[in-house]
Ligand binder design. Sequence first.
Ligand code: NDP
Ligand code: OXD
Length: 312
Amino acid sequence: MTGRRVILYCGAAARGQAWARIVHETTEDFELQVWPDFGAANDIEYLVAWTIPTGLIAKLPRLRAVFSVGAGVDQLDLAAIPANLPLARMLEPGIEACLTSYVAMAVLALHRDLPAYLAQQRAGIWRPLPVHPPSACRVGLLGLGRLGMAAAMTVRGLGFPVAGWSRLAKAIDGIACHCGADGLARLLAVSDILVCLLPLTVETRGILNAENFARLPRGAGLINAGRGGHLVEADLLDALASGQVGAAVLDVTETEPLDAEHPFWRHEHILLTPHVGAVTQTDTGIAALLDNIRRHVRGESLEGLVNRARGY
Ligand code: NDP
Ligand code: OXD
């Protein structure tokens, strides 16, 4: 590589400082500057961001590509990124390792009635509920991409029968695969626990709604580790009240942080976590980013290239 390439980072300051230090200490090929304290706008060729401040891209005349700090890109305003700039999402093994352990935790929590036992414990009630092996609990995954596939394998490894749903047809050993509208109905009908690991797009917004809850086996569990916009929150409250959905584990909500008055906080059938299913890891994240930028410098296509028309 000739010359040092300058990357501008826009996101959580602690990660930016750690990444700048790692880049400084490990390579002569790059320099990473942290927004808003960057040097000459004309030097910046790569932008890595969680969200992009309005007007920033227009100030970077030599920008060559944009990278999401996370696996998802819905938090970026895609229309504000010129079509000639490639956009890639973060594919790094730390996200996969964290997310699969989160899904395993959530599936086991629902399968072993953790929300009910937490409520019983608070009320001082010693009451065993029916106990079944994982083989009796069918898990359905919305999304069979990088994270959905990894989660499917982990959950299957715990002994649960697993099915999945994607946009295009797939054949995966040991996983019952479905696609399209009919496929969604078939997947929901066999999901004692439904896990959402979809990207948030025009097509997937609001997919966790009353109509689809009604297609689940009565008392099914729900895990949303995708995005808050996938869930129609009022429909979940109704489905929990009627018993159509038995309990839910939610890592993401429409508004983050969740409003202080939101009914999810104190709902005894909801386990809530503050969008921590996965977090881009400092070491593996910067390694993946630099690898991807090196690909671009060599003229190769980027890993995790986003298809703007599809929205993911
Ligand atoms: P991928 O792009 O690898 O996979 C997306 C999957 O969703 C694919 O299987 C795709 O189908 C499917 N899909 C997309 N649109 C539709 C549709 N309209 N109908 C049916 N299936 C559809 O994404 P990842 O697996 O890497 O990540 C998924 C999401 O997880 C991210 O976008 C992000 O929102 C969320 N996430 C959440 C985190 C958290 O902390 N809670 C952390 C990281 C990510 P096909 O295979 O046919 O293209
Ligand atoms: C991501 C996330 O998209 O953390 O990586 O949600």
